[in-house]
Design a protein around this ligand. Structure first.
Ligand code: DX5
Ligand code: ZN
Length: 234
């Protein structure tokens, strides 16, 4: 199993050329395609739904890593699974019966993930950590791509890494929000092994292929690049 994975988020892609965008990140070495689903209720933005995932599945050769930032996710699991989601990740803040929903995702044949907002303590996902395939730590308040990285989330990654290790869990530890070449390495050091990147991949000045290649290089480096522009976490 690959140690570290790169999951570019289509939220920052050009939807009018989505097939080209997917081809470009796949040939540049992306591992997963992160699909940010937002309902305008749990978060202010509305993005895409199962119909989009269905079309994406027709042009993608990589696993679809679906991140549900929606209320009542239990009502939509089947539709996303049928549309072709490989992973389905739900927010603890939207699931009164979190163990039940994780079991339902698995019963649908998808990998089950849980995620939590920056303000939510790591302990909130303790009940399902032994059963999930993926734990996702948000390093921005969800809803928009291009936000500033929240360095205070590094300690939460360390905490969840320690919990997963204590459980001898093989679950993936994914991070999402403000991840670029510099912050990726900080989160890698803290114990993350899957990196969601919206802007850093798709809004790279030389295009998304160059963006993914630069992030892959960062992922294989052992320390953060010296940020000579003094911009911490930008
Ligand atoms: C929640 C979304 C974004 C997105 C990543 O807002 O989940 O975090 O995936 O966007 P960047 O990498 O541009 O912060
Ligand atoms: Zn996301």
């Amino acid at each position: 199993m690959n140690k570290f994975l790169l999951a570019p988020s289509i939220i920052a892609a050009d939807f009018s050329h989505i097939a080209d965008e997917i081809a470009s990140i796949e040939s540049a070495g992306a591992d997963w395609i992160h699909v940010d689903v937002m309902d305008g209720r749990f978060v202010p933005t509305i993005t895409v739904g199962p119909l989009f995932v269905e079309s994406l599945k027709r042009v993608a050769n990589l696993p679809l890593d679906v991140h549900l930032m929606i209320l009542e996710p239990e009502k939509h699991l089947e539709a996303f699974a049928k549309a072709g989601a490989d992973n389905i990740t739900v927010h603890v803040e939207t699931c009164p019966d979190l163990p039940g929903i994780i079991q339902k995702i698995k019963a649908l044949g998808c990998a089950a993930g849980v995620t939590l907002n920056p303000a939510t303590p790591a302990s909130a996902i303790d009940s399902v950590l032994p059963m999930v395939d993926l734990a996702l730590v948000m390093s921005v308040v969800p809803g928009f791509s291009g936000q500033k990285f929240m360095p205070e989330m590094i300690v939460k990654v360390e905490e969840i890494r320690a919990k997963l290790n204590a459980l001898r869990s093989t679950a993936r530890l994914e991070v999402d929000g403000g991840i670029n070449a510099e912050t990726l390495l900080l989160m890698k050091k803290a114990g993350a092994n899957v990196f969601v990147t919206g802007n850093a991949a798709f809004k790279h000045p030389q295009g998304s292929g160059a963006g993914v290649r630069a992030l892959r290089e960062a992922m294989s480096a052992s320390r953060p690049p010296d940020s000579n522009d003094g911009s911490r976490w930008s």
